[in-house]
Structures are given as C-alpha cells and as structure tokens.
Design a protein around this ligand. Structure first.
Ligand SMILES: Nc1ncnc2c1ncn2[C@@H]1O[C@H](COP(=O)(O)OP(=O)(O)O)[C@@H](O)[C@H]1O
Ligand SMILES: [Mg+2]
Length: 346
C-alpha cells in the first residue's frame, strides 16, 4: 500500500514533511448501564497518508467519520492504538518524547470555533504573542511586539486591534486572530479543523483566501479539514476522503473532483447543492442516501457498501485496499471503482 501512496504531482519533488502509516485511534464507549458493558469505537481505522512540504492536503468526509480525531492524533493530542506518525523523518508515536515535542511546536492547529479558542482575559496582542513568549523568549519584548504587529497586518488586522479582546470581534476577525497565533512561530504544518464551518458564508471565502495566500507566501504545509467539498476544492492540492474512520480515496485535487474513482467520493460531490435549480433537477445520479452505519458496528468488507449503488458480493466479504487502479493521480479503496467521469452503475 505504501508504494501506491506516491502520486505524481508538480509538488511531489518537494519532499515529505509528515508521514502517517496505519494509524488507529480507538475509544472505549459505554453500551449499557453496567461498567463492563463497553465497546470499542474505531474512530480512525488504519489511515495512511503523507503531507508534503508546501502543499495543502484537504480532508473531507461526513460528520463523525473521524476527521478531527485523526487531526488530533497526528499531533499527539489523542492517544493512538496503533500505527506510526513520522515528522521530518523521525517517528513520534513510539519515539522519544522530544520528537513529539518538536512536532507539537512545529505543527499548529486552527479550530472551528474561533471565539471559544481565544482566551477572553487576554488582549489580541497577548494571544498572538503567546507562542513566542513560551517558545522563543530570547527574542525579547520589542522583537516579539514587532513580529506580532507584522503578523496582525498580514492577516488583515492592525495595531488598533492589538489591545482589544476577542469578544469585541466578529467571527471572521476572531479566526484571523487564530490564524495569526498559529503562524507567529513559523510552523512547518498548520492543521485547520473546519476553520470556516462556523462562519457566515460571506466571510468563509475571505478566510479561505487568506489561508491560501499565506500558504503560498510562506510555503506552508496545511492539513485542511472540512465537510464542505466546495471549500476544500478552492484551497487543496490533494484531497483525502474518509468514511467511518478509513480512507476511501486520496488524489490530486482535479483528478478527484473531475474523475472520482470511489463511489463515495462521487456521492459526496453529487450531494453538493447546485446553485441553479434547473441543473439540480437535471442531475441524474442518485444523491447520497441512507444513514451512516454506527461506527460501533461498521459493515464487513467495504465500510461504504451498505450505501453504495455498485456494491457486489465481494464488497461484503473483503476489505479493499487503497489502489491506483491505473491512475497516476489518485488511489481508491474500492472493488468496483468508477472509470472516471461515468455515472455509477444502477
Ligand atoms: N472522546 C471520544 N470518546 C468517544 N467517542 C469519540 C470521542 N471523540 C470522537 N468520538 C467518536 O469518534 C468518531 C469520529 O469523531 P470525529 O473525529 O469528531 O469526527 P469528525 O471530525 O469527522 O466529525 C465519532 O463516532 C465520534 O462520536
Ligand atoms: Mg470534526
């Protein structure tokens, strides 16, 4: 499987920053009123991917598929049940604690709810300065203040905002502060977990454009998590699609959006609302139907088979591995992948 993860692209030559292999995160959850009535929930179930230097990897999937758990597990905020996370060539899960420390310093997170992630007692300047005060106190107060003001301007704020507190700001402004705080320490990787989902639609594009501009300008690597495929499309170089804790498809952005291999990817794309009602009526392929199965009792074989119009007997008995299926641009875990562009078989 590892070999098939190497996909040609214009940024492929730039090298790998983060390498995740067979990562598993399990939660013990109650299944009744007795303490021993517990079950294992496989929130992340054998996930492998790379993030390259200077690329944005989008991560999409319906709510509850394990996106946030994966993001948190990668930087050690959630314990893992198995697998490996390699940061700049060094294993962090089983390696020395200092390696995880290096990853935590160099990888920053931006969260969904910007206001909740900002300390209400601190000024904006204090919030943005905090990573430098903690990790680079040798810079001195003047230099830290200079960097904070430069960063505030870079994210579209200014010196007038510095003394104010987060509750005085709009959601979009709070997210700009969150971005400034994440970037001030010059991280190698920024994990954005649904960074625009809580914002007004009119503000979403501004924040996504800001992140995209900063990514390019600073040659950052982003892991951009969202359930909205349209948002992910505007910012990602490659996109990974998750379902019930597993990767269904991983590929270059255009290949994935224009010639999805996995029926689940196509179903997600078909479920994106079309702006023109006439176009929506003309759409012939079925929209994603049925509920997501319980992650406590996922279907045997391919996890998506209970909602898949292409499913056959093998899909229930054997779990498909990620495979290129002849495409140099994407890999999909499917026994009956689409050939690209064709509607799913009835
Ligand atoms: N701390 C936890 N304890 C038990 N189950 C959890 C916990 N965190 C997440 N889960 C479960 O793990 C699965 C994945 O959740 P999550 O990663 O939040 O999904 P997403 O971010 O894709 O919406 C869900 O079924 C969720 O209920
Ligand atoms: Mg989430």
């Amino acid at each position: 499987m590892t070999a098939t993860l190497t996909i040609t692209s214009d940024i492929a030559a730039s090298g790998t920053l983060l390498s995740v292999r067979d990562l598993a995160v399990h939660f013990r959850v109650k299944r009744g009123h007795w303490p021993w009535q517990q079950a294992t929930l496989r929130a992340v179930d054998g996930v492998s991917f790379d993030v390259r230097r200077g690329e944005t990897l989008g991560l999409v999937g319906e709510s509850g598929c394990g996106k946030s758990t994966l993001a948190r597990a990668v930087i050690g905020l959630t314990p893992v049940a198995g697998g490996s996370v390699t940061w700049r060539g060094e294993e962090t899960v089983h390696g020395a604690r200092r390696r995880l420390g290096a990853l935590r310093r160099e990888a920053q997170m931006i969260f969904q709810d910007p206001l909740a992630s900002l300390d209400p007692r601190m000024s904006i300047a204090q919030i943005v300065a905090e990573p430098l005060v903690t990790h680079a106190p040798q810079l001195g107060r003047q230099e830290i203040a200079r960097r904070v003001l430069t960063m505030l301007e870079r994210v579209g704020l200014n010196a007038h905002h510095a003394a104010r507190r987060a509750h005085e700001f709009s959601g979009g402004q709070c997210q700009r502060v969150g971005i400034a705080r994440a970037l001030i320490g010059e991280p190698g990787l920024v994990i954005c977990d649904e960074p625009v989902s809580a914002l007004d639609v009119s503000i979403q594009a501004q924040i996504v454009n800001l992140l995209r501009d900063l990514q390019r300008e600073l040659a950052l690597s982003l892991l951009f998590v969202a359930h909205d495929l349209a948002v992910v499309k505007t910012i990602s170089h490659r996109v990974m699609v998750m379902y019930l804790g597993r990767v269904m498809e991983l590929g270059e952005r255009d290949a994935l959006y224009h010639a999805a291999r996995h029926p689940y990817t196509q179903a997600l794309l078909d479920a994106v609302p079309l702006p023109d009602p006439a176009l929506a009526r003309a759409r012939e392929v079925p929209l994603l139907s049925g509920d997501i199965p319980s992650p406590l009792n996922p279907p045997s074989g391919c996890a998506f088979r209970t909602r898949c119009s292409r499913a056959l007997a093998v899909c229930a008995t054997q779990t498909p591995a990620l495979h290129a299926h002849g495409s140099p641009h994407s890999i999909a875990a499917c026994w009956h992948p689409r050939t690209g562009g064709d509607p799913p078989a009835a």
